[in-house]
Write a protein that binds this ligand. Structure first.
Ligand code: NAP
Length: 298
């Protein structure tokens, strides 16, 4: 394993998918960002399409209130999904993917404009495009890298073979595969995704670590079962919340994941940072796995 290159992406990243749902003013969002930075999280995750193309622009308004904050954070964003939003007059069209060089470059230029910045720290292809021409994506990545528009590149929701295909056309290393991974949704453990990250020393980024809030559902049987085990383990390791146990469980994986914290509540952000100090033993890790699957390992 290569331990020489420092990871490009931190252990904890703030996700801004739900930024517009919070109905916060730019000033309130700036305060949230400043408090998160003070707590120790400086990496932020976005996508061109979040909030029907509104979240990047809103985050840009936040940065405009304090331009110097741009140098304190990293901006990770994504492109490649083209939803047929009725709000854009596209009702009746099919949602589709577009990983053509032309679209990747145009989307990046738009993101730069929305954030009002001169560079994206990391750009990801949001979803694997069945029509992806890897040479074409590589051409776009090379252009963006040479121009200084994007510093690093990665993918999201890619299978290992899709990642291998794209990587084979690049002269530099993809830095991440951002995938769904939580105690509630564990398929990345078995489908080769996390194995590949460990093999290639690529940092997986885990989206929806709390299953998008479903973990707290009072009616979902799996969530109820999991919360019981998470609370039990939490009391053993001195955690102050179920969320903290989830973060510690994810961070324990040997692929050294990064966890994208989706909350807009600063207390929960601070609690996520504190969770980095918590340690589970193997039996506790597997007890949570068992809580998720409902059965023991063979
Ligand atoms: P999450 O952390 O699983 O879910 C966040 C949601 O859970 C928020 O609505 C939050 O509400 C709620 N929550 C957190 N703690 C809670 C608690 N103790 N009790 C009740 N509710 C609680 O993360 P996510 O937002 O689904 O995803 C995180 C990030 O991953 C996104 O922002 C986005 O950047 C990224 N993402 C990427 C993809 C992809 O395809 N690449 C897909 C989905 C998401 P509060 O705000 O009130 O705390």
């Amino acid at each position: 394993m290569n331990n020489i290159t420092p990871p490009v992406i931190d252990e904890l990243v703030l996700g801004f998918w739900r930024l517009l749902d919070r109905q916060a003013t730019p000033q309130q969002s700036l305060q949230f960002l400043e408090e998160a930075i003070a707590a120790g999280i400086t990496h932020t995750d976005h996508a061109d399409i979040y909030g029907e193309y509104g979240c990047e622009r809103e985050f840009g308004k936040v940065l405009a209130l304090k331009p110097s904050i741009r140098d304190e954070i990293k901006i990770i964003t994504k492109c490649g999904i083209k939803p047929a939003f009725p709000s854009l007059g596209l009702a009746g069209q099919a949602n589709h993917y577009d990983s053509s060089a032309q679209h990747i470059i145009a989307s990046t230029q738009q993101s730069l404009k929305h954030f009002n910045t001169d560079r994206l720290d990391v750009l990801l292809i949001h979803r694997p495009d069945y029509l992806m021409n890897a040479d074409n994506v590589a051409e776009a990545f090379n252009t963006l890298k040479q121009n200084g528009d994007v510093l690093e590149f990665g993918v999201s929701n890619f299978t290992p073979s899709q990642l291998n295909l794209l990587q084979s056309r690049l002269d530099f290393k993809l830095v991440t595969n951002q995938v769904e991974f939580s105690p509630y949704e564990m398929k990345a453990l078995d489908d080769g995704t996390l194995d590949q990250c460990q093999l290639l020393d690529i940092k997986p980024m885990c989206w929806s670590p709390l299953a998008g809030g479903l973990l707290f559902d009072e009616k979902d049987e799996k969530a109820i079962r999991l919360r019981h085990v998470l609370a039990q383990v939490g009391s053993e390791i001195g955690a102050s919340s179920v969320d903290q146990v989830v973060y510690a469980w994810l961070l324990m994986h040997p692929s050294c994941p990064s966890v994208i914290v989706g909350t807009g509540n600063i207390k929960r952000v601070e609690s996520a940072v504190a969770a980095k100090k918590l340690k589970l033993n193997r039996e506790q890790w597997y007890r949570i796995w068992q809580g998720s699957t409902g059965h023991s390992v063979p």
